[in-house]
Ligand binder design. Structure first.
Ligand SMILES: *Cc1c(COP(=O)(O)O)cnc(C)c1O
Length: 377
């Protein structure tokens, strides 16, 4: 089975982990963090071209810390899509604020800027655009809206490390950008995360938040938690950064091959939509997400899903149900109010394009899709 994603670990990561164990310094509660933590932060900072990167121990921690750092609290409202991993919404709940779900656009499944405007109230404090599947959200419009209404932007770039918008990295447009180093992500340390910002003051606050609000010893100055990235994880992440360009290149190569193989076919049948970049949005190709059109229910998708799995292709559906239809979030009352989100949750299907997927695998995937979709015509 080709998994939907798979970490790329070489000898160098293993050696660096062994070094940490030999040195026997497994973590550091100092303000700046341990040696590998700092090395990883510097290399991600250079890659993104931002002033500060503060590592934490998950993408969820990154989002929660980011929200805390700008003072989001009970009584505030935060705008975010429901078509995301639940961590985006859970981090808002963790601050006591209210998540207000915004619909998505049907083009690339990122937050719908028209619906975004409609959802602003005098309690709204922040927007969390999610660069889902590595597709950059409509940052130009989102920044316009944030300026008009004095709202902060926290980008959920957990899936979009390496994606760019107008040649600038996602996660560097908002006041803060949040990244995940979970095992399935483009770059991993097993579990881990990072926050990026160009704001010196916020960077200082984040370093406190990840360390129980402490600065020098037991002097808790603000509310914080233990969000420190362990040195073993930082060691893996630091080495992974050396091959980030390579990782992104192979993903791109696989995705372009798949698109080329499907392109002519798509002109004939009208039931399949493939992901498309434009001159502004460049993807990291974290996932290659298809959408099956023209069917009211998910019959066609379920058929294709079954066939791909039977043939050893580890597809995934991100996300069905969307957050607002999960048992916990239903009580917020958004059912039926996010039509494009509910539509997408029934039509999307993501394919693996990670560096362990070969050209032959891609050809097999394309052939299978063509065969099964032709039968369904
Ligand atoms: C993975 C992910 C997160 C959370 O990251 P963790 O490291 O798993 O906590 C948040 N948002 C999105 C969109 C994600 O894909």
């Amino acid at each position: 089975m080709i998994p939907i994603n798979r970490p790329w670990i070489d000898e160098e990561e293993k050696k660096e982990v062994m070094k940490v164990l030999d040195e026997n310094i497994l973590t550091s509660a100092s303000r700046e963090g341990g040696k590998r933590v700092q090395e990883f932060e510097n290399s991600l900072k250079d890659f993104l071209n931002v002033k500060h990167v503060i590592s934490v121990n998950s993408g969820t921690a990154a989002l929660h810390a980011a929200l805390l750092s700008i003072g989001i609290k009970s009584g505030d409202e935060v705008l975010l899509p429901s078509f995301t991993f639940v961590a985006t919404a859970n981090s808002v709940i963790a601050t006591g604020a209210k998540p207000v779900f915004v619909d998505i656009n049907k083009k690339d499944y990122t937050i719908d800027t028209q619906d975004l405007r409609k959802k602003i109230t005098n309690r709204t404090k922040a927007i969390i655009p999610v660069h889902l599947y590595g597709h950059p959200a409509d940052l130009n419009e989102i920044i316009d809206i944030s300026n008009s209404f004095s709202l902060d932007i926290i980008e959920d770039a957990c899936q979009s490390l390496g994606s760019t918008y107008k040649d600038k990295h996602t996660g560097t447009f908002g006041k803060l950008g949040c990244f995940s180093l979970y095992a399935s992500k483009v770059l991993t340390s097993g579990e881990g995360g990072a926050v990026s910002t160009n704001d010196d003051n916020i960077a200082d606050i984040l370093k406190m938040i990840r360390n129980h609000g402490m600065v020098e010893g037991y002097d808790t100055r603000i509310f914080g938690l233990n969000y420190r990235l362990p040195e073993i994880s930082a060691a893996i992440a630091k080495i992974q950064m050396k091959k980030i360009k390579n990782i992104l290149e192979v993903r791109r190569k696989n995705s372009i091959l798949l698109s080329n193989l499907l392109e002519k076919f798509i002109e004939q049948i009208k039931t399949l939509k493939i992901p498309e970049e434009d001159h502004i949005k460049k993807f990291n190709w974290y996932l290659y997400t298809l959408c099956f059109l023209g069917t009211k229910d998910s019959l066609l998708r379920e058929h294709i899903k079954k066939k791909l799995i039977e043939n050893g292709i580890g597809i995934a559906i991100y996300y069905d149900p969307p957050v607002h239809l999960t048992p916990y979030y239903r009580k917020f009352g958004f059912e039926g109010l996010l039509p494009s989100t509910e539509w997408a949750s029934k039509c999307v299907l993501s394919l693996p394009v990670h560096p362990f997927v070969s050209e032959t695998d891609i050809e097999q995937i394309a052939d299978l899709l063509k065969k099964e979709l032709s039968i369904f015509q």
